[in-house]
Design a protein around this ligand. Structure first.
Ligand code: FAD
Length: 220
């Protein structure tokens, strides 16, 4: 199994950092290959623009998707985008590791999706959902929250976590991924060291068998 772990947190010693390292260490075993994108360490630029491309389709009016189609044809993606797309094309399993920020992906990781999931190369021309470019691949969202678990159920203020994650899951389905159940750690800051260590152990145990784990949402 080829695994790509894409991670963002501004502090390497964070609990997210520990989750990231747990995934990398657990999955690095015979039969697996692991690649990573540590977006903070890479100083990944999340801002889309002409910097996404080495080619220009229309110099007078910048339309990202048109430039993406042109870059797909002309091999014109910037080096930072090209290398991320190649990692996505390579992997069987994508893991996104992040803290929930404002009920969604933190900006750098959102910017990674905005720039890397490019029209032409990643979707388009009828290649969406069950006909998506990444059909057969699986994605796992691994995230932490500040709020406690009881605050994330239907009918309470923060709302149902399934609904909060739906836009991210839907984006991944759009390009063809099957969706694994998310790995959720609610409020690690409220836990004891022992409880946090138990969370890491539970995650590592899950990852031991991840190659056989069925998706919760399957497209094909
Ligand atoms: C801009 C912004 C928006 C936010 N929006 C939301 C939101 O919409 N909803 C929400 O619920 N929350 C929100 N939060 C809170 C955020 O989601 C949490 O602070 C975050 O998920 C906690 O994860 P962390 O990795 O930052 O934890 P940290 O604070 O880094 O870690 C928690 C504790 O774990 C310890 N730790 C680290 N490594 C280990 C290890 N190996 N073993 C044991 N302990 C360890 C750390 O030392 C620390 O004491 C927001 C925060 C910000 C800044």
């Amino acid at each position: 199994m080829k695994v790509l772990v894409v991670y963002w947190h501004p502090e390497p010693q964070s609990f997210n950092g520990a989750m990231f390292r747990t995934a990398c260490e657990t999955l690095a075993r015979p039969g697996n290959e692991v690649k990573t994108s540590d977006l903070h360490e890479m100083n990944f630029n999340p801002v889309s623009g002409r910097n996404n491309f080495t080619t220009v389709n229309d110099p007078n009016y910048f339309k990202q998707q048109t430039e993406e189609m042109h870059a797909t044809e002309m091999k014109g993606f910037s080096a930072d985008i090209e290398s991320e797309i190649e990692k996505l094309e390579w992997c069987d399993l994508l893991i996104l590791q992040f803290p929930l920020w404002w009920f969604g992906l933190p900006a750098v990781l959102k910017g990674w999706v905005d720039r890397v999931f490019a029209m032409g190369r990643t979707y388009g021309g009828g290649q969406i959902y069950e006909d998506g470019v990444y059909r057969g691949k699986r994605v796992l969202l691994s995230l932490t929250t500040g709020g406690p678990e009881e605050g994330y159920s239907e009918g309470v203020a923060r709302g149902d976590m399934t609904a909060i994650l739906l836009p991210i899951h839907r984006s991944m389905q759009f390009v063809g991924f099957n969706i694994l159940a998310p790995q959720l750690v609610y409020g690690p800051v409220r836990m004891t060291d022992e409880e946090r260590e138990q969370q890491l152990t539970t995650y590592a145990e899950r990852l031991q068998n991840i190659s056989d784990e069925p998706a919760i949402i399957t497209l094909a």
